[in-house]
Design a protein around this ligand. Sequence first.
Ligand SMILES: C[S@@+](CC[C@H](N)C(=O)[O-])C[C@H]1O[C@@H](n2cnc3c(N)ncnc32)[C@H](O)[C@@H]1O
Length: 226
Amino acid sequence: MQAQQENNYSSSSYTKEEISKLESRYQFCGHPLRITRDFSSNLGISAIIWEAGLVLCRYFEQEKISFSGKKVIELGSGTGIVGILAALLGGDVTLTDQLMVLNQIQFNITNNIPVSIQQRAKVSTLLWGDNLDQFPINYDFILGSDIVYNSRDFPALIKTLQHLSNQNTVIYLCSKMRESMGAIEFHEKLLPQHFNTEIVHRTADKEINVFKVTKKGLDAIENPLM
Ligand SMILES: C[S@@+](CC[C@H](N)C(=O)[O-])C[C@H]1O[C@@H](n2cnc3c(N)ncnc32)[C@H](O)[C@@H]1O
């Protein structure tokens, strides 16, 4: 069941003609990236390369973060740029999003990760809070850029982070701190109820933060004063 879930998407699902050619080029950690956004499928916000994603990639570069040999999952991958970089940096990465977005992610995996190591990047549907039992709980890293913007999703997002993480999991969330969309409430009130969280990077305009998040011990959750 597990293997099936993590491999439930095939690279043969798209044709090159199906993906419109709007390509943006970047370079992180010495890896050139060509990221294509699929405007032919009405993907909306998933067909944008969000600034928070680029900030998180730059953070990995500046901090020389290695994912070598690590088990990684990305939530709300969008174009896949963050998860693809994590795979190029050695991670065994599952890039997740809503089903309709997987074609775009797989296209970018195929275009950016050499065939010899493409098995490091798998795509899978993961709707926050849904069917979590199909995913393991032994990830070394959980990544998410610009996934904190809809307060209705916050309980499901926290449930997802709780399920996928253990005491050793490092979660990197990169968020644009839009108060009107609840990002401040999520990061300052909701997330700290269950996780230790610290800002490890902030853009010069202070609009985007990278948070390093780890699961609180059971004692801390049962007795927050400890
Ligand atoms: C603002 S985009 C960010 C995309 C990408 N991480 C980036 O930084 O460019 C948010 C992504 O989260 C996904 N998403 C939103 N709600 C979701 C949910 N409930 N379950 C799974 N994915 C969701 C969207 O499909 C979208 O691709």
